[in-house]
Design a protein around this ligand. Structure first.
Ligand SMILES: *Cc1c(COP(=O)(O)O)cnc(C)c1O
Length: 383
């Protein structure tokens, strides 16, 4: 099999393209004719299967090292599909720092429909082991969390899960298969918000589920076809285009993060920097046991007495003030007032989110421009 980056650039060929087109065509057809009654056909109806969508699904299965992949209209639709394979009465252990939308679907949707959940700090294997009950079916976690970039290696949790007959489900959005392939470390299912690094340009909402073995893939496919939250052919095409440059974008994003972090380390009034891709910072050793890098997101805490965090983010010119991450342009957000604003001040502090915590999603611009932008915004924010 070709190397990872070669597989990023070359989508699997779809059989009926007789034109020599070097990109997989966008097949808009919603239905596909049978040559005659009883004939075996690969496609019959687009919800059940579409060649444009299939090409990106086959590609993601190859990139993550799974048997099959399924793409959806958003990351949340993908996460819904991964959790919908369980039944009322099943118990699932979840990471206590997972994505806010995942908490919402877990506690305001699946719990109402009979699933049980326990949130634990998955960095603590004892805590995970202690939460296992007779009806536990899975552990669901993120190897690198948002916005504090806490690292949980996959192998330890997967081993523990399998010892107890549980599935290990990993949201790999923050690293992408370029930096970490959780199935290689024992995970059973990988989910993605493909809206982020995989698509990479802030212009496609998409999600993916990749299953390690065929039985599990069948259970996810049942949900994809039965619920129908599929990715459109147009968006599948844009996702495929984004995937081709994944490694180029991530290499540049990580280079930029390290340059910015190097600058911030020398500034007074920065209390803490969270980026496990830097050997001086927390999480580095755990991260590099399995991953090739930490991605383009990092956070830092401004000392509230030295800088006004609101003035800081409002003063940035190149960094867009927006949630989301993983795209070519740099973004910044203030978790206490944006992504985590639903939490009370007390809950925010318990989750480690101080008013001065800033989260950056770094793009592929010139590092010098990004640093100059941060420098001028810090000067304006000085109290
Ligand atoms: C954004 C995100 C999601 C949700 O994906 P959408 O594409 O916004 O539906 C899930 N998990 C993580 C880690 C995310 O960052």
């Amino acid at each position: 099999m070709a190397g990872f980056n070669t597989r990023l650039v070359h989508q699997p060929k779809q059989g009926d393209n007789n034109t020599g087109a070097v990109a997989v065509p966008i097949y808009k057809a919603t239905t596909f004719a049978y040559p005659k009654i009883g004939a075996e056909v690969k496609y019959d109806y687009s919800r059940s299967g579409n060649p444009t969508r299939n090409a990106v699904e086959e590609q993601l299965a190859s990139l993550e090292g799974g048997s099959r992949a399924f793409v959806f209209a958003s990351g949340m639709a993908a996460i819904h599909a991964a959790l919908a394979i369980f039944e009322a009465g099943d118990h699932i252990i979840i990471g206590d720092q997972i994505y806010g939308g995942t908490f919402r679907i877990v506690y305001q949707y699946f719990q109402q429909r009979g699933l049980e959940f326990t949130a634990v700090d998955t960095r603590d294997q004892q805590a995970v082991a202690g939460a296992i009950k007779s009806n536990t079916k899975a552990v669901y976690f993120e190897p690198v969390t948002n916005p504090l970039l806490q690292v949980t290696p996959v192998a330890g949790i997967a081993k523990l899960a399998h010892e107890h007959g549980l599935l290990a489900i990993v949201d790999n959005t923050f690293l992408s298969p370029y930096l970490l392939r959780p199935l290689e470390y024992g995970a059973d299912l990988v989910v993605h918000s493909a809206t982020k690094y995989l698509a990479g340009h802030s212009d496609v909402s998409a999600g993916a589920v990749i299953a390690k073995d065929a039985d599990l893939a069948d259970r996810v496919y049942f949900v994809q076809n039965a619920i129908g939250g599929i990715l459109s052919p147009e968006d599948a095409n844009e996702l495929a285009r984004g995937i081709k440059t994944l490694f180029l974008r991530l290499d540049r994003q990580m280079e930029n993060v390290l340059a910015i972090v190097g600058f911030l380390k020398k500034q007074a009034g920065i209390d803490k920097i969270y980026y496990p891709g830097d050997p001086d910072l927390a999480g580095y050793e755990d991260l590099f046991k399995e991953a090739k890098g930490a991605g383009g997101v990092f956070s830092c805490e401004l000392d509230d007495g030295v800088y006004d965090p609101v003035v800081f983010v409002n003063s940035l010119q190149i960094f867009g003030l927006a949630v989301s991450l993983g795209a070519v342009e740099s973004l910044v957000e203030l978790p206490s007032k944006m992504s985590h604003a639903e939490l009370s001040a007390k809950e925010q502090l318990a989750a480690g989110i101080k008013p001065g915590l800033i989260r950056f999603a770094v793009g592929i611009e010139d590092a010098a421009d990004l640093i100059a932008d941060i420098d001028q915004a810090l000067a304006k924010a000085k109290r």
